[in-house]
Every structure is written in C-alpha cells, then in structure tokens.
Design a protein around this ligand. Structure first.
Ligand code: CTP
Length: 396
C-alpha cells in the first residue's frame, strides 16, 4: 500500500453501535487513519470518548458545535476520506441518503464525499425487510453505494431474523480490501492450499499435525485483495472463511489431491502452504479399535506427495512450495525446490518458538529457481504473503 489511507466511520443510533468500536480497533491495527462521525442518537448508546480513544482523533458529533467551522469540517472530512464506512447503519440514515436529505454532520459528509461509501446495516428484522427500506437500499446500490448485508440471528429486541450487524472482522476486512490499491493480480487465478490434512485410524481417531492454516489463509487474502480469483483448498482449521474466496474444504491427502488436480490446469499461480500428511494408516478399521493388555503397533504407508505430482504436471503455472525444516534449512529447501520442480520455495525454521505453525508471524527465506535467496525478517504472515507476490510479479 502507498500512502496512509483515511477511513471516515459514521456511527448511527442502534444497539450495535458498540460493535463499531471493534471495527475501528481493527482498522487502526491495519495502520489506517480513522475519523469518526457520530449521529446524536448514537451518542446515547456509546460515549464518544470511547471512539476518540480508539481512533486517536477528535470525534465529530455536532454540526453546529463550532459555529462557522462546521462547513469546513464536514467538507474537509468528506475530502479527506478514501472510504466512508457507516457502521451500524440504521434504516434512518439509509433513508436519508437515499432521499438526498443532509441535515446533520454524517448525512452532509456522505453527501459531499466522492469516496466510496459502504453501509453495514443493523435493524429489527421487520424494519430491515420493510419494502421502503429495501427499495432505498436498491436505489443506493444503483448509485454505487455498497452494502455489507446483515446476518440472521437473535436480535436485541428478542426477535430472530435478518438484521444483525455483519461480523466485525468481515466489515473491517472488506474496508481494508477496498483500500488496497495494488491490483496486479487482476485476471489471474490463484490456487492456494492451507491447513493440515488428517488420516483416519478408526471412526474416532486420526493422525494430523499442528498446522493452523494461518499462512495459507493470509496468502489467499492477499491474492484476493490484489485482484485475483482465488480458490483455497483448506484442511480442517479454526479460521473464518475469507470473503470473496472460493473455499473447498477437505480432510484427507487424497481429497486435497483431487481438489487441486481439478483446478490446477486453469490456475496461473499455485501455492502449497498446506502441511500435508506424508503417511496414512495401512488399514482403516471400520470399528473402533478396543484397547488390549499390550501396546498397539500402527503400520503406516506412504501417501501422495501432492506438490511433486503438480511439479510433474506443470505447464505455465508458477508453482510455490513451503519447506518446514528443523535443521539444514537452506540445503533441504533447495533440494525440495528442484526435486518437486518448483519456481519458488519458502523455507521456515520450525524450531523458532515465536514464528511458524500457530503464530501470526513468520520468519522465512524465499528461494527462487534462479538461485536468488531472500531472507526476510520476522513479520506477519500477511506481510510474508505480500513479499511473495511482489517477488512472483517481479520474476514473471
Ligand atoms: N507437500 C505435499 N504433499 C505431501 C507433503 C508435502 O504437497 N505429501 C507439500 C507441502 O504443501 C509443502 C511442501 O510439499 O509445500 C514441502 O513439505 P514438507 O513437509 O516440508 O516436505 P516433504 O516433501 O514432505 O519432505 P520432508 O517431510 O521429508 O521434510
């Protein structure tokens, strides 16, 4: 990303107003400059001081608080905004904007800005589904305003239905993604694998590994934000499904192989971040294995080396693998790069306790087929993904 971007967050008067605090915290973590405009009603739900503390900017609440200055203020925030995010958006603000009403600081700023405006509505189901409201939403969509649809769920009023504010991570992820101006993967198809695979022993037991999936998910999200069409083949992990990414959930080595083979040919870039099990039990017991007096020997047999298969099928695809090593990092990684016919391999030392597997950070060396090595300092997995795509694009 180039210069620091500005998000103007409009908070309107609904019970979900407190959730906007969480959205702002996430935007700040992404190093965005955040300014908050609160409607008068929203200040009855949450104290502006909370928004001021989190955004580290003065909160604008009243258009007439500073006589003569207001005009400058609403115009300046409207100009400063790279994105406006209305969270939560009541049916009232939706109705006002849809009908050209600008009678307070938030509605005037929305009207004056040329930045994209995103509404994240939250309302009682009947209010939200009211045809007048739905018509207003349709009208605003036609004008280019964006909506993050509310979820279904139990609402503050006790009703169950549509109208619950969308997940705060989804809201902040969409905002961050919209502000990402590097779109160098537009038109490209990127296939990513992530997480562990599992090999079943009997109906209740299985063998797996400690992969959290974080590295592969970060790669998928980075590719999406740079404009790619992304397919993420994911082993079982606890991470949320990233938006606008086609996720294929699998469990075993065999299922992962089938899924990647299906999409390999049409892909431009294939990145295998998954920790694939190399062995599976030789026999699967249909019945639960009962314990006996003695120990139990489990015989394992080799399973598919998926990446090696892809290396042998490769035509124009850029193929990237990972090498998780506990010793002789570079030599082992170089051997895998050639043995599996890769273009890049990302080597990480799994003996470092604060990086790798479950951590959000990683410290890696990226090795290129032409012999170039890039050792990166410890950084977030998202930043590793960014460096990887920078390098892929540089070499293409
Ligand atoms: N990989 C794969 N299929 C396997 C094993 C690994 O596709 N059965 C892929 C991983 O997704 C990763 C790369 O191969 O991109 C390297 O995985 P790693 O486990 O480090 O290497 P292995 O080839 O399995 O070698 P070893 O376990 O002996 O280190």
């Amino acid at each position: 990303m180039g210069e620091r971007k500005t998000v103007v967050v409009g908070v309107t008067g609904g019970v979900a107003a407190y959730k906007a605090l969480d959205v702002i915290s996430k935007l700040k973590k992404a190093d965005l400059d955040v300014h908050v405009i609160m409607t008068e009603h929203s200040t009855k739900f949450v104290n502006p001081l909370s928004f001021q503390s989190l955004s580290q900017n003065m909160v604008v609440t009243d258009m007439f608080a500073e006589p003569k200055a207001w005009e400058i203020q609403h115009i300046s925030l409207a100009k400063k905004a790279d994105l406006m995010l209305i969270v939560p958006a009541t049916v009232n603000i939706i109705g006002k904007v849809a009908n050209g009403i600008a009678d307070d600081m938030l509605s005037t700023t929305i009207m004056a800005t040329k930045a994209p405006v995103v509404f994240a509505p939250a309302a009682n189901t009947n209010m939200f589904l009211n045809p007048i409201v739905q018509n207003n939403i349709r009208k605003l969509r036609e004008y280019g305003y964006k909506f993050i649809d509310p979820d279904e769920g139990r609402l503050a009023c006790g009703d169950t239905g549509s109208g619950k504010l969308a997940d705060t991570k989804l809201i902040s992820d969409i905002a961050i993604s919209m502000l990402y101006d590097v779109k160098d993967l537009k038109g490209k198809k990127v296939l990513v694998t992530a997480g562990p695979t599992i090999a079943a022993i009997d109906p209740v037991r299985y063998i797996t590994n400690r992969s959290s999936g974080k590295m592969g998910y970060a790669i998928a999200e980075e590719a999406r934000d740079r404009g790619a069409d992304v397919i993420l083949v994911s082993g079982p992990c606890k991470l949320e499904k990233p938006f606008d990414v086609d996720v294929v959930n699998i469990s075993t080595n065999e299922e992962m192989l089938k899924a990647v083979e299906k999409h390999f040919e049409e892909s431009d870039i294939v990145i295998k971040a998954a920790a694939v099990a190399d062995y599976k039990p030789k026999t699967y017991s249909n019945e639960k294995i009962k314990k006996g007096e003695n120990g139990l020997n489990l015989e394992l047999e080799r399973d598919n080396d998926i990446l090696k298969k892809l290396g042998s099928m490769k035509k124009n695809q850029v193929l990237v693998g990972f090498a998780a090593e506990s010793h002789d990092l570079i030599n082992n990684a170089v051997a895998k790069l050639h043995n599996k016919n890769l273009d890049f391999i990302i080597a990480n030392d799994i003996t470092c306790s604060d990086t790798g597997f479950a951590s959000s950070d990683n410290k890696v060396t990226i090795l290129c087929r032409d012999g170039k090595n890039i050792s990166l300092p410890k950084m977030s997995k998202r930043m590793v993904a960014r460096e990887l795509f920078n390098l892929i694009n540089e070499k293409r």
